[in-house]
Design a protein around this ligand. Structure first.
Ligand SMILES: C[S@@+](CC[C@H](N)C(=O)[O-])C[C@H]1O[C@@H](n2cnc3c(N)ncnc32)[C@H](O)[C@@H]1O
Length: 407
């Protein structure tokens, strides 16, 4: 039986009219294949569409690290912008959409890989699509070359700390000073293993090695550049996925706010936006993780010539900044996790804040939160989609909302 793919899911997989999931297929394509539990795992594409291209990566057929290498760049760009426009339309909103900014191949600077011991050594890579099988990625087109160069270190770590039953988590982050490797679900490191790991970190020139939450070696502080400041995030901490993505989002946020003197940066992380904004504004950075704020504060103290940055550790889901607190700021930056910022946005709506720069990795919660603000008199001035999750279904965006006399 031939089925026609109608649309893509938010994971970038094809969906037919009757809801069958068809990975590796594009809208308009006719496909055949065995349907198991609503999914054709190995579809045969009967009639390809012109947007289909040859995947650049040899691992793409199996590897779950990417979902959309079979689609042209133009198709993916248009689809990601459309995902955001549709989410907004679902809330009765529309906005001028700026041209998408896509990160180049081989620029992902942070990745979470899986590792498992084998009879012969170790298997390290991404999971296969919709599976827990690990696919090795020696020719990956997504990761930055510095992360690729750390794959042998990950294999050795897996031989030392992994098992044939369980799976290691390997978070690789590229820093100014080398790769920062955070290992989780590993065997406890004691005695000779600690010595072996120290030797491994030196031999592979890792900047830092963290093991089940304990930092075993900091050979060089793994710094990230945020504006003119250098920050050393805690192991495994959130960081925008590519340098180009961080730059595009920072430009968008800066452009959204203009030259305002006092800014609140909510869900501030380690200071991705707070520190560049401190070139021209006093910034109050609020975030749930005290460790991330400590890193931000240390980075600010070491940088020369920035305006004042204050920090506050606070759960913004339970204790959002209230209108009385918000009224002291000329603008707010808000960059919540996937769930969005329902409680905080309700307080911004009730406050006199005139400009909000929203950054989001979830178009659905973004549209819901944007609606609350528009109902309180904000205009959605523009949306900038930033594709730092190249070849995946993920969408990142920045947007400007404003009200009152400020254009
Ligand atoms: C998408 S990240 C953005 C971080 C930062 N703006 C950046 O660009 O690097 C979301 C941040 O929200 C923080 N977070 C998650 N839940 C929170 C909560 N309930 N209250 C405050 N911060 C929270 C996370 O620790 C994380 O740093």
């Amino acid at each position: 039986m031939t089925l026609t793919v109608e649309r893509l899911s938010l994971r970038g997989e094809g969906i037919t009219a009757d809801g069958v999931t068809v990975p590796l297929a594009l809208p308009g394509e006719e496909v055949t294949g065995e349907i198991v539990e609503g999914r054709i795992t190995a579809p045969r594409i009967v009639t390809p569409v012109p947007d289909r291209v040859r995947a650049p990566c040899p691992h793409f057929a199996r590897c779950g690290g990417c979902a959309l290498q079979h689609a042209s760049d133009d198709f993916v760009a248009a689809w990601k912008v459309q995902v955001v426009a549709r989410a907004l339309a679902g809330q009765g909103l529309e906005a001028p959409m700026r041209p998408i900014l896509t990160s180049p191949p081989a620029s992902r600077r942070r990745a979470v890989l899986a590792g498992r011991r084998t009879k012969k050594g170790a298997l390290v890579g991404f999971h296969a699509r919709a599976s827990d099988v690990i696919v090795p990625i020696p020719d990956c087109r997504l990761l930055h070359p510095d992360l690729m160069a750390a794959l042998p270190a990950c294999e050795e770590v897996t031989v030392l700390g992994g098992s044939r039953k369980g799976e290691l988590g390997l978070t690789l982050t590229r820093s100014v000073d080398g790769v920062d490797l955070t290992v989780t679900q590993a065997k406890p490191a004691d005695g000779p293993m600690l010595a072996d790991l120290a030797v491994l970190a030196a031999r592979h020139d890792l900047a830092r090695l963290t093991w089940n939450g304990d930092t075993l070696a900091t050979r060089r502080p793994p710094r990230q550049t945020m504006g003119r400041a250098h920050v050393m995030p805690p192991p495994g901490a959130f960081l925008q996925a590519t340098e180009a993505g961080q730059a595009a989002l920072t430009d968008a946020v800066r452009g959204a706010l203009g030259d305002v003197p006092r800014v609140a940066d909510l869900f501030a992380g380690c200071g991705t936006f707070a520190l560049p904004l401190a070139e021209t504004a006093q910034v109050h950075a609020v975030e749930g993780s005290a460790a991330m704020l400590a890193a931000l504060d240390a980075g600010w103290r070491q940088a020369q010539g920035l305006k004042r940055v204050t920090t506050e550790a606070r759960d913004l889901f339970r204790r959002p900044l209230m209108p009385d607190e918000l009224k002291t700021f000329d603008a707010v930056v808000i960059d919540p996790p996937r769930a969005g910022a329902e409680a905080q946005v309700a307080q911004i709506a009730a406050s006199p804040v005139p400009v909000v720069a929203m950054v989001s990795c979830n178009p659905v919660s973004f549209a819901r939160d944007a609606r609350v603000l528009t109902q309180a008199g904000f205009r959605l001035d523009w949306v900038q989609v930033v594709d730092q999750f190249r070849w995946s279904g993920h969408v990142e965006l920045a947007a400007r909302l404003s009200r009152g006399h400020i254009a």
